[in-house]
Write a protein that binds this ligand. Sequence first.
Ligand code: FES
Length: 150
Amino acid sequence: MCGGPGCVCRISRRRLIGAAGAAGAAALGASACGSSGGGPEPYDALRGTVVAQTDDIPVGGGSVVIDGKLVVTQPQEGDFKAFSAVCTHAGCTIQEVERNIHCLCHGSEFDIATGDVRHGPANQPLEQLPITVDGTDIVLDEKDSGEGRG
Ligand code: FES
């Protein structure tokens, strides 16, 4: 079952082109599935902005924030992490965070501390993004620090 806006990724390219024309399909695919060709990522417009409040992120869990563009976690008290919410399996948007980060499209699970795959079918970790905690504000850094992946 598919419960997120990324479900459009399972629609074949042919169906997308038939429904929206080639240019529309390319744009739709990029917006729904994230970019893989060096273009802007869904979270790029958020760089330098506050993406969450520390009080809103449960210890030992996390939240999907900013309309599904990011996953912010708190594996241990006061230790915050941020990841792209684009699933590395087929591009669905991550829908929930409990003890792991869950993609409900096909059941992949990712570690809340590292983004590593805990359960497939995904075989690549989520992209980790650099953040800064300023008081209660969690700010997505302007530039990757080199610690992110992908
Ligand atoms: S897109 Fe298949 S598990 Fe996420």
